[in-house]
Design a protein around this ligand. Structure first.
Ligand SMILES: Nc1ncnc2c1ncn2[C@@H]1O[C@H](COP(=O)(O)OP(=O)(O)OP(=O)(O)O)[C@@H](O)[C@H]1O
Ligand SMILES: [Mg+2]
Length: 298
């Protein structure tokens, strides 16, 4: 298990029913997920995709096996602790949006923050900011049925990211959308991924795999094929690591500037003092500037 491993599943088995009605939705399932991956899971109906997502999302438990999240085995922790971890670490997006019909969308988006201890005013402010990101700020007090399917799914994505979780789980998020709305939703997920989130998404649409860094095909509760289209070294920098590195870089830069104060600096080049660390961190820099660009567009 490397430092960058976020999730490790070992020998996961999920059984529903007993005897004649027994179904093994997952069979001895092994999977390692790195921070910053955008995984798409495909496979025929009934092969265990939703079961897998529910277990990763701590909505359900495996019958047998280990689930290691951030180095901690969470397969058999208490329901209460699971709920807390889920609220902090995981955001969900579902095919049928799962919005509460009699709450305005701003309150729908604020819901995951109920467990965080923020005041209601603060929760609504955060929800408002999340909605603004998806260009829905003018509809904050609309009810779900007053929005189109694509807009409802963007509300659901705002709800998934409002608590800044590290992992986004999406079960056929474009399943109920036309191709234009699907595209908008996928572009939002792409931007969220480039900011350093890990996304695991189930889809039946092969065209969407272009967005993924890894495509897993499941069959009968097991992995059939597993293809990485982006090398681990080129994944976006995970959020937590980025913040840490930025802090470390500032300290390193300060030391460097102090040590090289006599070096001539090119005029009008605020970045000149960074030259050394820039060369060292070339590959991560490319990912970062891509991320910053995508943010700037917002
Ligand atoms: N609550 C349940 N009780 C009994 N069997 C279940 C339950 N949930 C799922 N199953 C069975 O487990 C297997 C996997 O189901 P799952 O929902 O994970 O499939 P899926 O790959 O998501 O399918 P789809 O593409 O149709 O959504 C299926 O055979 C299903 O009938
Ligand atoms: Mg399913």
């Amino acid at each position: 298990m490397s430092e960058n491993t976020l999730i490790e599943l070992k020998g996961l088995t999920k059984r529903y029913g007993y005897g004649d009605t027994e179904t093994l939705a997952l069979k001895d399932f092994d999977l390692e997920i790195k921070r910053g991956e955008f995984i798409m899971i495909m496979g025929p109906s009934g092969c265990g995709k939703t079961t897998l997502l529910d277990i990763i999302g701590l909505l359900d438990r495996a019958t047998r096996g280990n689930y290691i999240l951030n180095g901690e085995d969470v397969a058999s922790i208490s329901a209460n602790r699971q709920a807390k971890l889920r609220a902090k670490k995981i955001g969900f997006v579902f095919q049928n949006f799962n919005l509460i019909e009699d709450l305005p969308i701003i309150e729908n988006v604020a819901l995951p923050l109920v467990y965080t201890g923020y005041s209601k005013t603060s929760r609504l402010k955060q929800a408002s900011r999340a909605l603004a990101r998806f260009h829905l700020q003018e509809r904050e007090y609309y009810y779900p049925h007053q929005l189109s399917g694509g807009q409802q799914q963007r509300v659901a994505i705002a709800r998934a990211i409002v608590g800044s979780p590290e992992i986004i789980l999406a079960d056929e998020p474009t399943g109920n959308l036309d191709s234009r709305s699907s595209h908008v939703v996928m572009e939002e997920l792409k931007a969220i991924h480039e900011e350093g989130n890990t996304i695991i998404m189930v889809t039946h649409n092969p065209a969407l795999t272009a967005y993924a860094t890894r495509v897993i095909n499941m069959l009968d509760g097991q992995i059939d094929t597993d293809i990485k289209t982006v090398a681990d070294a080129n994944l976006p920098q995970p959020i937590s690591v980025r913040f840490k590195k930025r802090k470390e870089k500032k300290v390193a830069e300060k030391a460097e500037v102090e040590a090289t104060i006599e070096l001539p600096k090119p005029k009008n080049s605020p970045k000149s003092k960074n030259t050394k660390s820039k060369t060292k961190a070339k590959s991560t820099k490319a990912t970062k500037s891509k991320t910053q660009n995508s943010r700037r567009k917002k």
